[in-house]
Design a protein around this ligand. Structure first.
Ligand SMILES: [Zn+2]
Length: 302
């Protein structure tokens, strides 16, 4: 396993991003003991700010992830600079942006890299697949690095939607929170189109690599596609209670990112159930890779 550390950019005093300066280290404390409140422990968590982009058309998400203790942060897939740079500018007062990260090379994920970089006071690494715009670093499969002090990132190569697709698994060592940024590989209740790959590759990506993560890992996909995914799931998984639960949530909430886990995806996502008799029956196929390919064809056909 190859381990590397992000290089912290040099602090700058440019006008737009005047204060990449850490605030005083003042952790908040919350009493958790009964009565006397003797037991106290730091209240920290992995902060994830969703930045919806092109809402109403392609419904993409960029994500700003920061370590609560050090205030080091990364921005994932900041593809539409007009919707992202105002937030980065505001957040620069409290956060220290250390990298741009990408899930894959498509323009609606990596196409904003150069513009974002040009808006920053100093250069930072672009970490992503080999074909991403202005990429400077492509971590090998299963390699790790850190964001700040507490967030460990693992690169999970998941070629299929594009050959350079990487899902980013993050664990907070302090809080035990686990999340995965899946780009266009795994959506809530669905998966991406196989533009550069096949059923066998998506089967491996979803049902070996991502399914191997702890079940409580929260899923943050590259798009809000849940409602349309539910329509398809109701056709191929009729009467599935987990799909009904997902449908209700999607009806009641415009945003579903981070609300469902890998464990729940295994229950309601047809593409993570290719080994089941019901999916074999629906597709008329028996091998998981063939079931996957057929399911994708059926979804593409609407
Ligand atoms: Zn894509």
């Amino acid at each position: 396993m190859i381990t590397s550390k992000l290089v912290r950019p040099i602090l700058s005093t440019s006008a737009a991003f005047a204060s990449f300066i850490r605030p005083a280290n003042t952790p908040q404390f919350q009493g958790i003991g009964l009565g006397s409140g003797i037991f106290q422990q730091p209240l920290r968590k992995m902060h994830i700010q969703s930045i919806p982009m092109w809402v109403g058309s392609s419904n993409n998400y960029a994500y700003l992830v920061s370590d609560d203790e050090t205030k080091d942060a990364v921005i994932i897939d900041p593809a539409n600079p007009p919707e992202v740079t105002p937030i980065l500018s505001e957040k620069s007062k409290t956060l220290n942006l250390t990298a741009i990260m990408n899930t894959h090379h498509h323009w609606d994920h990596a196409g904003g890299n150069k513009k974002i970089l040009s808006s920053l006071p100093s250069q930072i690494p672009v970490i992503g697949g080999a074909d991403c715009e202005a990429v400077t670093k492509t971590p090998p499969h299963n390699s790790t690095f850190s964001i700040g002090k507490n967030i460990q990132v693992t690169a999970l190569h998941t070629p299929c939607h594009t050959q350079d697709s990487i899902c980013w698994f993050m664990e907070d060592s302090k809080t035990n929170e686990r999340v995965v940024f899946t780009g266009d590989t795994l959506f809530i209740g669905g998966c991406g189109k196989f533009f550069e790959g096949n059923g066998a590759e998506m089967h491996k990506a979803l049902n070996e690599v991502l399914a191997g993560l702890p079940d409580d890992t929260k899923v943050y996909p590259g798009h809000e596609y849940t409602k349309s995914n539910v329509k398809f799931l109701k056709k191929v998984l009729p009467g599935n209670e987990a799909v009904d639960t997902l449908e209700k949530f999607a009806d009641d909430n415009q945003q579903t990112q981070g609300k469902f886990t890998i464990g729940q995806e295994k229950a309601h996502n047809a593409f993570m159930r290719v080994h089941t008799d019901e999916m074999k029956k629906v597709t008329g196929e028996t091998e998981p890779a063939a079931v996957m390919a057929k399911l994708r064809e059926m979804k593409n056909a609407g």
